[in-house]
Design a protein around this ligand. Structure first.
Ligand SMILES: [Zn+2]
Length: 365
């Protein structure tokens, strides 16, 4: 399987933006950063992520329309379809109500807008029900589309979330939505002297500068910057492949399916984890003595943490190697989310901080 960042669509997009090359995804990312940095420099700096968002959207001539209740669809119809003769707004709701292919946002280019209109592009953001948690990220995802749109879009485009272009937009949103000059100082202050990344650190960062960002998006912004290995995982009840096959086959009698086992259903490792070959494979059974397992029956939003050994993790008779890890976990809906980090990484980090301190003393002397 080719990686999304090597897909032909990504190469074409980079070409369209005039930044081709062998690493198109990072060239596109740099291109977005350069545009934003230039606007920020011209504005004399920004002090908050909201201020950055308004600066960027103003430059891009785009406005947001949020859908909080079903009445908002009527409002959009009134304002844009009847008022501004933008008829695409009359039928837009259908896409957002499709539960099989979740749509969080759409960017619409107005046909009847003048070249100087501030609402030449309208980003519709669905904030109903569970989609509300993604609001911040969806706004930046739509900004990413606009940042990389040069050709006219006569109709809004809806792609699957697995489409390489959508993955690219998520990548841009994850970077520019946590704009480094704003995020870095808050992150550094929150992680100083803390040996491992903790859920509490993520909450401190949200509270100090990113109040609209979701916990998960902020957590990923942290893991991306963490110089030491970290794995994010989600554990939920899941069946073995052969049981799944049996359950899917038609049966003559209704029999209760066997209970699933708590398994890793999603894993995300940061760059340092890849380099260090620190990994927990998907589908692996969560050991009964893990803090993740203990939390599974807890009430939602209960947290737990502890130190354990990776050798307790096994699947099909094979276990992971001995390695002491710290686990920070939380029960959320039907699953437990967790970050797992090697204990020795803390020592490496301390050493790193120590040498940079010494470095500062040397230059000061
Ligand atoms: Zn999109």
């Amino acid at each position: 399987m080719t990686r999304w960042d090597q897909a032909p669509e990504i190469f074409s997009l980079a070409d369209e933006l005039g930044v081709g090359g062998t690493a198109p995804a990072s060239s596109i990312l740099d291109y977005c950063h350069r545009r934003i940095d230039a606007w920020v420099a011209k504005a004399g700096g920004v002090t908050s992520i909201d201020a950055l968002e308004s600066l960027v959207t103003q430059k891009l001539q785009m406005v947001f329309e949020e859908i909080r209740t079903d009445d908002d669809w009527e409002r959009l119809k009134e304002v844009y379809a009847r008022g501004k003769k933008e008829f695409v707004f009359g039928a837009i709701r259908t896409k957002f109500d499709d539960d099989h292919n979740l749509t969080y946002g759409a960017l619409i280019q107005r046909r009847n807008a003048g070249p100087a209109d501030i609402d030449r592009f309208v980003a519709v953001i669905d904030c109903r029900d569970n989609k509300l948690a993604r609001r911040f990220f969806t706004r930046w995802h739509e900004i990413a589309h606009r940042l990389t749109t040069h050709t006219d879009m006569l109709e809004p485009v809806y792609r699957s979330e697995h489409d390489p272009i959508e993955k690219m937009m998520d990548e841009i949103a994850a970077h520019v939505g946590f704009y480094d000059p704003l995020f870095r100082p808050i992150y550094q202050q929150a992680t100083e002297g803390v040996p491992h990344l903790k859920f509490a650190t993520v909450e401190t960062i949200i509270g100090s500068g990113f109040p609209s960002a979701s916990f998960q998006a902020t957590l990923f912004a942290c893991t991306r910057r963490l110089p030491t290995p970290v794995i994010y995982l989600e554990a939920a009840l899941d069946h073995k492949k052969e049981v799944k096959r049996r359950l899917a086959a038609p049966r003559l009698f209704d029999v209760d399916p066997p209970p699933g086992e708590l398994r890793v259903v999603k894993v995300r490792a940061n760059d340092a984890a890849f380099k260090d070959k620190f990994f927990i494979p998907e589908k692996m059974r969560v050991p009964a003595d893990s803090v993740i397992h203990n939390l599974f029956d807890a009430d939602p939003m209960t947290d737990g943490n502890g130190e354990e050994c990776l050798s307790h993790w096994e699947s099909q008779g094979r276990s992971l190697g001995h390695r002491a890890v710290v686990v920070d976990a939380r029960k959320v809906h039907d699953r437990v989310i967790a970050i797992v980090q090697p204990v020795d990484a803390a020592r490496a980090k301390a050493k790193c901080q120590m040498s940079s301190l010494l470095g500062q003393e040397n230059t000061g002397a």
